[in-house]
Design a protein around this ligand. Structure first.
Ligand code: F6R
Length: 582
């Protein structure tokens, strides 16, 4: 079971032995299971509450009126009220407040001995998103799964078959997987699987190999996944750039974009969509693409883009940024762009994910699976892909070879630089322990570092529950400065780039209000020590990769503040790793 996917309650059903459920993390469920449950098949689920509080009654699996069918579900059934009304009028009663129970009760009313048929009939009446697994007491050797908007992957093993929402759950058993597409339903047994479309057509689906090993999803001696993933930074960057740079020519080569290179070279405009950290990566991408590649670029929150009027022309493209490749709003934005006939692209970490497969072309991050809920290594690899993309498009649009070679060199030496950055972790930890006592913070940066300020503040909120905000340095005096006092620290990102002096002016304004200042500055900057309360010195790098370096410090900061506060940094409250609901 993938605890990081949801963890406010969990449950398991094994035919012949019934269901066991518990509120809280999986451990609570494990404690309730005092003896081996007899059986050779079953379904289990961890929940991230949408409809109804995290209670045992609302935990999955849910059952139909007869108690024979059991179902687990990720996603949201949008028309559940309507269906529930009808079922209530037929005398069916409900034990939970969930939309999921409505679905299994509906399947129950349609079940005449063929589970897959009943699931198909029910899904034709349903609107919404789902990744479901259903079993019946009558046929304990069969699991029926279906996908629409939420991931489902089958694991094909030697001594049995598996279903999961993420391949990392299967790695201990098999690396051979089959990704279901939206609108597909599979029947899985110990010996085989068959896939059909929702309207009954046979689909030939062959297994693919998962590229990474089980170690990638284990802590390997680290206290948390988050710190393990931060420390993977040098390796992640090396993997993201491997084979993608032509050093002498000062060019990038991205295989997944080769088919659309002419369109990219002559784009009028690029629109980037994403959520949370992926959105901030997109904002850095915008600065880079405009500054170095001369490509007009906009960045939209996917949750806004999908509902607003967008005005693409034929020569624009929409680029989705997503670690999971399953984020509901980002997926919906890509689908709406497709409907408008626009070229769709992706920067996606998860191979085989829905967005990766739905876009016309794209780039995989190769950051490996990210388990901690808060994104760290995927974020810096997204920034790295944007540097590659800037080089690729820039060289097609007038960037000189000399500049191209400089950028390629900046990327080549980045893993080494990050090894050095990580040797400063104890220094960041000591500072984090000091700042853990504040209840607020404002991050400031300019240009490339404005989105990085937002990323730093998001991470501090997520893993340390500190009220943090972020502003472009120039904005402070237009309002937020009113909040500053000796108890309200400012975290200033001020590497020596072309806006350094402007940042220094902003820091002076803060100092005059007596707010504590934690600065992230370039090594050798003597001036900053006179201004800031605490300084962390960063190695000097090319400005195009500086956001990546600065981010690693901010991720360490958030991690160590969360740790100092004794929080569950890998699984912050109220969050889920993969936001497959709208
Ligand atoms: C922040 C974080 C989230 C994700 C966001 C998008 O630490 O992890 O803000 O960045 O939910 O997720 P993906 O990239 O999977 O689309």
């Amino acid at each position: 079971m993938l605890e990081y996917r949801g963890y406010d309650s969990a449950g398991i059903f094994v035919p012949g032995s019934g269901a066991i459920k518990a509120v809280g993390p999986i451990d609570n469920l494990a404690k309730k299971i005092t003896a081996t449950i007899p059986g050779t098949s079953g379904i289990a689920h961890t929940r991230w509450a949408t409809h109804g509080e995290p209670t045992e009654l609302n935990a999955h699996p849910h059952t139909d009126a007869s108690g024979s069918l059991w179902l687990v579900h990720n996603g949201i059934i949008e028309n559940y009220r309507e269906i529930k009304e009808k079922l209530l009028s037929q005398g069916i009663t409900f034990a939970s407040q969930t939309d999921t129970e409505v679905l299994v009760k509906l399947i129950g009313t349609l079940y005449k001995g063929d589970l897959r048929q009943a699931v198909m009939d029910a899904l034709l009446r349903v609107r919404g998103t789902y990744g479901i697994a259903v079993m019946s007491q009558e046929h304990p050797d069969e699991i029926v799964v279906a996908k629409m908007g939420s991931p489902i992957v089958l694991g094909i093993g030697h001594d049995g078959n598996f279903v999961a929402s993420d391949p990392s759950a299967l790695l201990a058993h098999t690396k051979d997987v089959v990704y279901l597409d939206d609108g597909e339903i599979a029947l899985v047994t110990k010996d085989g699987y068959s896939v059909i479309s929702i309207d009954g057509e046979h689909r030939e689906k062959l297994p693919e190999k998962v590229e990474w090993d089980i170690e990638a999803v284990q802590k390997q001696g680290y206290e948390h996944f988050m710190i393990k993933e931060i420390f993977e930074a040098p390796e992640v960057i090396a993997n993201t750039i491997r084979g993608r740079l032509l050093f002498d020519k000062g060019r990038a080569k991205l295989g997944g974009l080769e088919s659309v290179i002419n369109e990219l070279a002559s784009l009028n405009r690029l629109q980037i969509v994403g959520c949370g950290s992926a959105y901030y990566a997109g904002q850095v991408g915008r600065y880079l693409l405009e500054e170095y590649a001369g490509l007009p670029t906009e960045v939209e929150l996917a949750s806004e883009y999908r509902y607003k009027r967008n005005l693409p022309d034929k020569k624009s493209a929409v680029l989705a940024v997503s670690q999971s490749g399953e984020t509901a709003d980002t997926l919906a934005s890509i689908r709406s762009a497709k409907q408008m006939g626009v070229l769709t692209l992706g920067i996606i970490n998860t191979v085989g994910s829905t967005i990766a497969r739905d876009t016309d072309a794209g780039v995989h991050n190769h950051a490996g699976p990210e388990i901690a809920v808060a994104s760290t290594k995927a974020f810096i690899s997204q920034l790295t892909v944007f540097v590659l993309l800037t080089l690729l498009i820039g060289r097609e649009r007038g960037m000189s070879q000399e500049v191209g070679v400089e950028i390629a060199e900046a990327l080549r030496t980045l893993p080494e630089t990050l090894i050095k950055v990580l040797t400063q972790s104890e220094e960041v930890k000591a500072i984090a322990e000091k700042y853990a006592n504040y209840s607020d913070a404002i991050f400031i940066g300019r240009k490339f570092h404005t989105p990085i300020a937002h990323e730093g503040s998001l991470k501090l909120k997520e893993v340390a529950y500190i009220h943090a905000e972020a502003y472009a340095g120039g904005e402070l005096k237009h309002g937020p400065i009113a909040m500053l006092d000796t108890n309200f620290p400012i975290i200033a990102l001020c590497p020596q780039d072309d806006v350094y002096e402007k940042m220094i002016s902003n820091i002076e304004e803060v100092k005059a209000r007596k707010a504590p200042i934690l600065a992230f500055a370039t090594e050798g900057d003597v001036h900053i020590t006179e201004l800031a309360t605490d300084v962390v010195f960063m190695p000097k790098v090319h400005p195009i990769v500086q956001p990546i370096v600065t981010t690693v410090y901010l991720h360490l900061l958030a991690y160590y503040v969360g740790l100092a506060k004794g929080l569950n940094v890998d699984r912050p409250r109220n969050l889920a790793k993969s936001v497959t609901v709208e």
